[in-house]
Design a protein around this ligand. Structure first.
Ligand SMILES: C[S@@+](CC[C@H](N)C(=O)[O-])C[C@H]1O[C@@H](n2cnc3c(N)ncnc32)[C@H](O)[C@@H]1O
Length: 241
């Protein structure tokens, strides 16, 4: 994949390393899940009993706030966005797509299967190791790169035609950095696809980006997940012309 050249110097790129995955296999009890889409199913290796890990891996961030490692869950918003991307079909073929906060990588994997090349990013190296493993087991490892990136510090020099962001706007202090990332990394005619589980505060983020040169279209879908049905909102964000 050519995107390596877009990386700012010094950015850590998670390459394939058998030892790291062996460590994951030892450190985490794993479970295999199959996510059913209309035209295909995606096999994901995820963590069994993520609640326990949430507690074990929680810590204070640099501002003294409680930081919870939410990458240990697969979120319903990612299933809603995966289905939306599936419907886009060939639109993504040949495009270079950025996914932020990728977790287990579901949405970017579907984009790869639709012909995109995807740069998966997350602040957590472990999440990227799972994502890489999941990309390989769904046959798209060759269309993907994995970059450890905090959205406070974007590490690319060129903009992307598409940005995928499933369930990343849950905390208000993330809104400004994510908005700045959009300003810096979304191509002039690009589209960013956000999904979130219909939280009451989400509109605050979309008000913020509308005040800063973006517009959006919202759609709503229902997702069956872990024997529940959830509402997921999808927002297609573009720059105001
Ligand atoms: C709620 S999870 C969503 C994961 C996945 N997109 C999904 O929908 O299943 C939020 C994700 O954002 C990542 N994350 C949290 N803070 C971040 C930051 N400052 N920069 C980059 N990623 C971050 C977490 O590691 C986690 O993978």
């Amino acid at each position: 994949m050519t995107v390596g050249g877009w990386l700012r110097e010094g950015s850590p790129r998670v390459g394939y390393c058998e030892d790291d995955m062996n460590r994951i296999l030892q450190d985490y009890p794993l479970t295999e899940r199959t996510i059913l889409l209309k035209s295909r199913s995606i096999r994901l290796t995820t963590i069994e009993k993520p609640d326990w890990f949430l507690e074990q891996l929680s810590r204070e961030d640099s501002e003294g706030r409680l930081y919870l490692p939410y990458w240990t869950y697969l979120w319903e918003a990612s299933i809603g966005l995966a289905r939306h991307i599936e419907k886009l079909g060939e639109t993504l073929a040949g495009q270079c797509v950025l996914e932020i906060g990728c977790g287990f990588g579901l949405t970017g994997i579907v984009a790869c299967q639709n012909g995109a090349e995807v740069v998966f990013t997350d602040a957590e190296q472990e999440a990227l190791l799972f994502t890489r493993h999941n990309a390989r087991q769904n046959g798209v490892g060759n269309r993907a790169v994995f970059v450890q990136m905090d959205w406070e510090f974007p590490c690319f020099d060129k903009p992307f035609s598409h940005i995928l962001a499933s369930d990343v706007i849950y905390e208000e202090h993330h809104w400004q950095p994510i908005m700045r990332l959009l300003q810096g990394l979304l191509a002039p005619d690009g589209i960013a696809l956000f999904s979130e589980p219909n939280r009451t505060n989400a509109l605050g983020f979309f008000d913020l980006i509308c005040d800063n040169g973006f517009t959006y279209r919202k759609s709503v879908c229902r997702v069956e997940f872990d024997e529940k049905t959830a509402t997921v909102c999808i927002y297609a964000v573009a720059r105001v012309e």
